[in-house]
Write a new protein. Structure first.
Length: 401
């Protein structure tokens, strides 16, 4: 959508209605760089003004505006934005209420404050707090997380997933109404012929490269892991069982912002989770497998330890919410994990190609032409580099067939 100053001020006036401004001025700070997000235009604004009581007030905000390309909107864009709006307006509100009812002392709040959402005829807009002035930073998408970053996210995922289990346990009717009838953005993406084609193409590129490198064992194991190809991933994701929870869904580096203390970038003190457009209902291990694969594969030898820590935290939070940890035992987790780590490994070459691509090579869905879909924009070459295989080989070694 082509936004102008008048549109922005109109949206902000409605979004900040409860802030009691007598008048305010809007300053456009910047737009996000290519590669920070593919589905939307991101505008950073600063709002400064005077309240009706004469006090000075300032808000640093982010406007997420959907691409107005009709082909993209029909393909997946509209559904994705409507999903994120549903998360902020309905799901998080229900989760906040459940935590308040149970007097949770350290609740799940690992997402930006949302001031207002709009659903227009040809666009959707979300107005969120800008985390950057608060000190939050993105991690370099080309570099794997260290353990402290990985654990920070897993702690929040444990709380987030526990909330679904508890809501389903205590308020099944509300859970079904809120989460049970959602469409599936991620499965819609996976089932596209173009997505399948590019997934299988990336697998073949890796197999060819491993053979050339003389990595016979790795070649044979990866061939066995990926023998079902993209169809196997779809098959795994088609099942929604009784232990399904609401997922983040889009678990790559750029969708987390970290807070640090004293310029120590090795150990975050807090994390916020961004971009809830791909949220859907599945096993918690869908999130964990994709997250650990895309962000932390160089630590694959520690995945089992990380899963145990995650499960301990999920169990503890379930108790705080007034439900039983037996709703999702560690045995349940292991059963689901074995399935979804295979799916994540099949998808990994294509995912790593995106993570390691230069910004100028990344897709712009606003340029999607009629007759194409989102999968056609996922055709990136798989790097035949040491950096790529330093991410992939630990994952291949880890997967237990």
């Amino acid at each position: 959508m082509n936004t102008n100053q008048a549109d922005i001020k109109s949206w902000l006036k409605q979004a900040l209605e409860k802030e009691n401004f007598e008048h305010f001025e809007v300053k456009l700070s910047a737009e996000a760089e290519k590669g920070d997000g593919f589905m939307r235009q991101v505008i950073f604004v600063t709002v400064e003004g005077t309240t009706k009581e004469g006090k000075h007030k300032r808000h640093d905000l982010v406007l997420k505006v959907s691409k107005d390309n009709e082909t993209f909107r029909e393909s997946i864009g509209k559904l994705a934005f409507e999903r994120e709006i549903h998360m902020y307006e309905d799901v998080f509100v229900a989760f906040e209420a459940l935590q308040k009812e149970n007097q949770v002392l350290a609740p799940f709040v690992a997402y930006p404050k949302c001031y207002k959402c709009f659903k227009l005829k040809k666009a959707e807009i979300l107005i969120l707090e800008n985390l950057r002035p608060l000190g939050y930073e993105m991690h370099d998408r080309k570099i794997c997380f260290n353990l402290d970053h990985t654990k920070a996210v897993l702690r929040e995922y444990a709380k987030f997933h526990a909330l679904s289990f508890a809501l389903k346990d205590q308020k099944r009717e509300q859970f079904d109404k809120l989460l049970g009838c959602l469409g599936d953005v991620f499965l819609e993406f996976l089932t596209r012929p173009s997505t399948k084609r590019n997934t299988n193409k990336s697998i073949q590129s890796v197999l060819t490269s491993l053979k050339k490198r003389g990595e016979v064992h790795l070649y044979e194991k990866f061939a066995e892991i990926t023998k079902g190809g993209a169809d196997e991933v779809v098959k795994m994701y088609e099942t929604v069982d009784e232990q399904a929870v609401m997922l983040h869904g889009d678990c790559w580096n750029n969708n987390f912002m970290f807070l640090y203390k004293d310029n120590d970038r090795t150990t975050p003190t807090d994390v916020k989770i961004l971009d809830w457009q791909a949220s859907f209902l599945r096993s918690p291990e869908c999130d964990l497998a994709m997250f650990l694969t895309l962000t932390s594969s160089r630590s694959a030898h520690l995945f089992d330890q990380l899963l145990k820590e995650y499960h301990d935290q999920l169990s503890d939070f379930l108790v705080q919410l007034g439900s039983s940890p037996d709703l999702y035992t560690f045995e349940d987790l292991q059963k689901h994990w074995k399935k979804f780590i295979i799916a994540a490994a099949i998808f990994a070459p294509l995912g790593f190609a995106f993570l390691m691509a230069e910004k100028q090579d990344l897709p712009d869905f606003g340029e999607m032409k009629e007759g194409l879909d989102i999968g056609d924009f996922m055709d990136l070459p798989v790097p035949d580099t040491d950096a790529f295989y330093e991410r992939l080989i630990p994952l291949i070694d880890y997967v237990d067939l």
